[in-house]
Design a protein around this ligand. Structure first.
Ligand code: GLA
Length: 387
């Protein structure tokens, strides 16, 4: 991290004169191990925070100005806390959205100046957006002494993304970035936000993220459309299952019994969500008993379901998964995040990682002409200050 911090300090001096009284903050990206497109259906997810992060060197101001420089975009963004309005296509919308939502809660915010630098790839499905939201929420919390608890912080950042940025995301990304812990995945019930941290062994196996380099746009209509199809499913199933509130309440048996009442597309979406919830609980069980083969099998089932039933994969993701599963030492592989590009996550035996990178890179280049990127990741802590 040292060279990154040095760069932040140099740039801070350049932008703001000196770097006295600055503090360093960090928010990680995340990878979801299993439980995809279940969060907005009040279901289960199992994400983990990763060792790719956004860093911010920041200092409070006496006035209501926020002046933030991004080393990645080489851009200084400035706004007044008294006048917050969205700007078209700017990274500044994330910090502004967070400020707006905090002010909506009647918090008195102090302005600040900061330099940001991130090594979470943008648009790759590793939640670079949620990371920038959380690092800003954490800075406001620290400088304005808001004393927010982390769950509340996650909820407010989700609200900023829903209402200010305009993406109808669920709670998973903000929650894991707020509450993640080193070497543990987080098993979250997205209905009541109860959670359990589950240790992930990291000696004999590694989590390898592979970036297709196909950028997906979440704001695109597909994500919101899937949400609507799920809601439609709930509405139709309610006729026979009046007690259900969301797909979370539908059991696999319920679905088998009533699937004929659903149009084909809606039936496919519902089947994915209902079975994926079931897979997450089984995956947590497997992880708890160190049964990594079973865990890997469930990852593959999850991928197939996202490809065939939820239809949010793409040829590049499918290719990476297929190639990965043909290699030695690979226990499981699946797309991670919203889909339509972005990354896969694979569970690979430590001794097979080098060969995995070489062979899967070669195969992917041959078939797509694109060079994939690999991140062998460590599970890390959530957002915080680095002292
Ligand atoms: C995106 C959203 C999450 C979740 C995933 C799909 O990452 O931000 O809330 O819905 O897609 O599982």
């Amino acid at each position: 991290m040292e060279p990154r911090i040095q760069k932040l300090q140099d740039e801070f001096k350049k932008q703001f004169g000196d770097d006295r009284d600055t503090r360093l903050f960090r928010a990680p990206g995340r990878v979801n191990l299993i439980g995809e497109h279940t969060d907005y259906n009040e279901g289960f997810v199992l994400p983990a925070a990763i060792d790719r992060s956004i860093l911010a060197l920041a200092r409070p101001r006496k006035d209501k100005q926020v002046r933030i420089y991004s080393l990645d975009f080489k851009n200084l963004f400035e706004f007044s806390l008294d006048k917050i309005k969205p700007v078209k296509d700017s990274w500044g919308n994330y910090p502004m959205g967070v400020a707006k939502v905090l002010e909506g809660e009647k918090f008195k915010l102090k302005g600040f100046e900061a330099v940001f630098q991130s090594n979470v790839p943008v648009g790759a499905g590793l939640s670079s957006s949620a990371a920038i939201e959380l690092v800003n929420a954490f800075i406001f919390d620290a400088f304005s002494e808001l004393k927010l608890d982390r769950v509340k912080m996650a909820l407010l950042c989700q609200k900023a993304e829903n209402e200010f940025v305009g993406v109808q995301c669920g709670i998973m990304d903000q929650f894991i970035i707020a509450l993640g812990e080193k070497d543990r995945a987080l098993f979250l019930d997205c209905r009541d936000l109860s959670y359990r941290l589950v240790p992930v062994p990291s000696e004999k196996v590694k989590l390898v993220i592979t970036n297709t380099k196909v950028k997906r746009s979440l704001a695109g209509s597909e994500y919101n459309q899937r949400r609507e199809e799920c809601n439609e499913g709930v509405k139709l199933l309610k006729k026979n299952l009046p007690k259900i509130k969301s797909l979370r309440d539908v059991t696999p048996e319920n679905l088998v019994e009533h699937q004929d009442t659903l149009p084909e597309i809606v039936r496919k979406r519902c089947t994915h969500v209902v079975m994926e919830n079931d897979r997450v609980t089984r995956a947590v069980e497997a992880l708890t008993h160190n049964n990594l083969r079973e865990f890997g099998k469930l990852m593959v089932e999850s991928h197939n379901s996202l490809r065939d039933l939820y239809q949010v994969s793409c040829p590049e993701l499918d290719l990476l998964v297929k190639n990965a599963l043909a290699l030695k030492g690979v226990l499981g592989s699946r797309m991670t995040g919203a889909g339509f590009g972005g990354c896969t996550v694979s569970l690979v035996e430590e001794k097979a990682v080098d060969e995995f990178r070489i062979k899967s890179s070669r195969a992917y280049r041959k078939d797509t002409g694109k060079v994939p990127e690999f991140y062998v990741c460590q599970i890390s802590d959530g957002v915080g200050e680095i002292k």
